[in-house]
Write a protein that binds this ligand. Structure first.
Ligand SMILES: Cc1ncc(C[n+]2csc(CCOP(=O)(O)OP(=O)(O)O)c2C)c(N)n1
Length: 308
């Protein structure tokens, strides 16, 4: 069951009556995508939506015909075609003069790796699509293999002693397409999440949202700790929360404290980081490097590291 977790934001009757993700779906307990869908229902209360979902956990969540866990018309696509299918739906909506918002909901494997070709093409054409990547940092649905979103040091079923390469910079890639809006979303920051979802729904053209999505099954963490893990990822600087307008105006939304304590807590609460050799010290250089880049892009020169 999905008990609504709107981060302390009160539920409305509409949230209960008309959920985007219905109770009784097959998501694991503590799945970040479930939380995201609840937040998205709230943000999209005034919008007609159609959704495209490529192969991923969300495709399984959808269920088998004639049942569906999604409360909106949804098309399941192949991995590689999600953004193309969404482009077609967007064109139809425009031809019919409908205000329907076309949404792609895809995992990190479908976004960073297998769907990148059509994603890039749709972004380059500035299609009228809201693309949401829920990033659980693995190919979750097939047992938790590494993707290019998996962070360095995380054990997966295909990198049992820990991934060596660092996580791909997906927002940098999307910004390079000069799309109207790209942002990262922390589910631990409810107001910022709702604001960004609403802004992305109201903006036209290609919009891209990147959501860190806790996966207790793959991260080997407690289901109830998901939101806390996201908070620690943000606090430590590991997951920067920012937005990019037109590929060039960077705005940092949440200032981390860069505390070693938050980073240590983040690592120790997930068994995927156990025995892989990853430490707080080994992660710091990449965190600093990325934050220096973000400071530069946002025009805010502040030292990236503050000892707490
Ligand atoms: C072309 C292709 N390769 C592999 C698969 C098998 N497959 C289905 S879902 C999935 C994992 C998807 O991972 P991700 O996009 O990260 O989403 P998640 O499962 O984590 O929600 C894979 C590999 C497939 N359906 N199609």
């Amino acid at each position: 069951m999905n008990e609504p977790v709107l981060n302390g934001i009160a539920l409305t009757e509409k949230d209960r009556r008309d959920p985007l993700l219905r109770p009784g779906n097959s998501n694991c307990g503590g799945c970040g995508m479930s939380n995201l869908m609840q937040m998205f229902r709230r943000a999209a209360a005034d919008h007609e939506l159609k959704m495209v979902v490529p192969a991923c956990c969300a495709a399984v969540t959808g269920g088998t015909f004639p049942q569906s866990a999604f409360g909106i018309p949804t098309i399941m696509s192949t991995f590689a075609s999600a953004a193309s299918v969404a482009s077609g739906l967007a064109a139809v909506a425009q031809l019919n003069g409908e205000g329907t918002r076309i949404v792609c909901l895809a995992g990190d494997g479908g976004t960073y790796d297998i769907g990148m070709g059509t994603l890039s093409a749709a972004a380059e054409r500035n299609e009228d699509i809201l693309y949401i990547c829920y990033d659980n940092e693995i190919y979750g649905n097939t047992g938790g293999q590494r993707s290019s979103a998996t962070p360095a040091g995380a054990a997966t079923t295909s990198t049992p002693s820990g991934k060596r390469e660092i996580k791909k910079d997906i927002l940098g890639i999307m910004a390079a397409h000069r799309i109207p809006y790209a942002a990262s979303i922390s589910l631990a920051h409810g107001d910022d999440t709702l604001r960004k979802l609403q802004y992305a729904l109201d903006t036209r053209g290609f919009r891209f949202l990147h959501v860190l999505s806790p996966c207790p099954t793959g991260w080997k963490s407690e289901p109830a700790m998901g939101i806390e893990l996201v908070r620690l990822a943000v606090r430590s600087g590991l997951f920067p929360v920012f937005e990019i307008f037109d590929g060039e105006r960077y705005v940092i939304n949440v200032e981390p404290d860069f505390s070693a304590e938050a980073l240590m807590m983040y690592l120790s609460l997930q068994r995927r980081f156990r025995n892989t050799g990853v430490t707080e010290e080994s992660l710091q250089p990449n965190i600093e490097r990325y934050w220096n880049y973000l400071r530069l892009m946002s025009g805010r020169i502040v030292p990236a590291r503050r000892d707490v």
